[in-house]
Design a protein around this ligand. Structure first.
Ligand SMILES: Nc1ncnc2c1ncn2[C@@H]1O[C@H](COP(=O)(O)OP(=O)(O)OP(=O)(O)O)[C@@H](O)[C@H]1O
Length: 549
């Protein structure tokens, strides 16, 4: 088969024998890369509409063949298909796409340059195609090698299928892309903290958590306990392929609920630095890091309070929330905040301003239609990390601004001057307090539709128990679309920090990133751009927020 580099269309124009493809039996086989190539074209994916074009985005490995011919390469590429179950019609949300499964196949091609690519005559064809294939992640361009990945599998995640999912869906893609992988099963609660605290950070580029959100939470906190924490956070990507019951990180950062799609996007996406949240406790000097959320009230009750019903699956959470709302429970507290956006209108303005700014700086988005310029630009930058605007962190980036103040007094007598006490009418009648940093907290829950990866703010969503039953029910029924934030009974703002003192008549649940947290006063502040992770297309997954106004 012959191929010509088509820079304008970002791919290879093909001629000769058809490229792939999949029969229905192959499409269910994650090892399709090992099967003989068929000329059956029945289920080729939508991003390769015919057999005359292979986008760079589908290529995951290119190498010279043993023939010694300079233009002959063996190319490994992916072809996504949809799961059988994805018949649901969606509006703005990317759930259908998020469920795609990815398979790999290989083929030998003879590639010819077009005139437009003459300036690359000194680069061999396989290197050039690898640069195009990894235009955004830049590992290959930078290091002439693929990533070294430390894989943590929690055999206990979700329904206990994380190991199977990793082996069937993730591993074949990582291996086809020639990644070096080191696999470790977690053996007890907290094991990932111990591992992240002690690994040699020079050995790996990425820690991949094949799990629910509990393992990335532990890895982040393991890093935080290191003496060289700034270096660890600067150097290593922390990513997730779905394996648990809560896979918020994978959906929010990679737009993937399918583990194979997440794996592909980890390879192809943009290394980015996202904000984290530092949670200070009342009862000790311990500070923990949170990447996802803190919640008090009905949601915490419905989540942690129904752990004993784990065997019935995700429905336990929906039942828990419904019970909370019907029973009219309130969860009073005192709350003080350092505002960034005080109301819904401020949030919209902030969101639009920040999104515009990040699109301007996002190399992938700007150059989506111009790979050549991107290659030239990136080749001219010596330290390639700068290509993605990554910053080298120091201890200073991890210092807390408001902790001393909290330690002096847990009540509001020592609040910094620019903090405000939250409307007492609302905090005395709190139904749900939810603060978060990533938009999707579960597969169908777009709880923080205006969350942004590195805007230095924490999104705050508060449900007032005095709201009408209809408004509350409407809000809860629109969590999937993220339109709950527009209901009257819901406050939506953004803060840089907050302090919450729970005041329920009996001890209730507080949860941080879905994990149990002691019932006591706590203070949270944003830590800007600490979490190095991969964002697909350099941004969080689309939530539809800007279109909802
Ligand atoms: N071998 C193990 N045995 C028991 N627990 C473990 C083991 N390895 C990890 N854990 C713990 O399992 C918990 C849940 O992990 P994870 O988030 O991966 O799964 P999940 O099903 O999504 O969890 P959740 O119930 O929190 O939604 C974590 O707190 C982690 O510390």
């Amino acid at each position: 088969m012959k191929a010509t580099i088509d820079i304008k269309r970002n791919g290879l124009s093909l001629s000769g024998q058809p490229l792939i493809l999949t029969t229905s039996s192959q499409s269910n086989n994650p090892l399709a890369c090992c099967l003989p190539i068929s000329t059956n074209t029945s289920s080729f994916n939508e991003s390769i509409p015919n057999n005359t074009f292979l986008p760079f985005s589908n290529i995951i490995w290119v190498e010279e063949t043993s023939s010694g011919k300079p233009n002959e390469v063996e190319i490994t590429y992916v072809y996504p298909i949809f799961n059988e179950f994805s018949t649901k019609k969606e509006t703005v949300l990317p759930y259908n796409e998020a469920r795609r499964n990815i398979y790999t196949a290989s083929q030998i091609l003879t590639v010819e340059f077009e005139n437009t690519t003459n300036e690359y005559n000194n680069i061999n064809i396989s290197d050039l195609l690898m640069n195009y294939a990894y235009i955004h992640s830049q590992y290959y361009l930078n290091n002439k090698r693929q990533q070294s990945i430390f894989v943590l599998i929690n055999p206990n995640s979700g329904k206990g299928l994380a190991n199977k999912i990793f082996n069937e869906q993730v591993k074949p893609i990582l291996l086809s892309a020639h990644c070096n992988i080191h696999i470790q099963m977690t053996e007890y609660k907290g094991h990932a903290i111990d591992l992240a605290r002690t690994i040699n950070i020079n050995d790996y580029d990425t820690i991949l958590c094949a799990s629910g959100d509990g393992i990335p939470y532990e890895v982040i906190n393991g890093f935080y306990q290191r003496d060289d924490k700034a270096e660890a956070f600067s150097k290593i990507n922390i990513v997730q392929t779905p394996g648990g019951s809560g896979n918020a990180m994978s959906l929010s950062c990679l737009g993937a609920t399918s583990a194979s799609l997440a794996a592909l996007r980890i390879l192809k996406g943009k290394p980015s630095q996202c904000d984290l949240m530092a949670v200070s406790k009342d009862s000790s000097d311990e500070v923990i890091l949170s990447f996802l959320s803190q919640t008090y009230g009905a949601i915490a009750q419905a989540d942690i309070g129904t752990e004993w019903m784990r065997s019935i699956g995700g429905i336990r959470f929906d039942l828990g929330v419904a019970y909370e709302v019907f029973s009219g429970h309130k969860y009073p507290c005192d709350l003080a905040v350092k505002w960034k956006c005080k109301n819904k209108e401020d949030v919209v303005n902030h969101f639009e301003r920040e999104t515009k700014e990040s699109n301007k700086n996002n190399v992938l988005k700007c150059n989506k239609n111009n790979y050549k310029d991107t290659i030239i630009k990136s080749s001219s930058i010596e330290n390639n990390e700068n290509f993605n605007n990554l910053i080298e962190l120091s201890e200073k980036n991890l210092q807390l601004k408001y902790q001393t103040n909290f330690k002096q007094s847990k009540d509001f007598s020592t609040l910094p001057e620019d903090w405000d006490i939250y409307d007492k009418g609302k905090t005395n009648n709190m139904r749900i307090f939810y603060a978060g940093k990533m938009p999707y907290i579960a597969a169908t829950t777009n709880f923080f539709p205006a969350a942004l990866p590195s805007d230095g703010t924490i999104d705050l969503v508060v449900f007032d128990a005095r709201g009408s039953f209809i408004s509350t029910a409407n809000a809860l029924l629109s969590l999937e679309k993220g339109t709950h934030v527009w209901e009257d009974c819901v406050d939506h703002g953004k803060v840089e920090a907050f302090r919450l003192i729970p005041k329920a008549d009996k001890e209730t649940f507080i949860s941080v990133d879905g994990e149990w947290f002691p019932y006591e006063a706590f203070q949270v502040e944003v830590l800007s751009k600490i979490l190095r992770t991969i964002l697909w297309e350099g941004d969080y997954t689309e939530t539809g927020f800007s279109a909802q106004r």
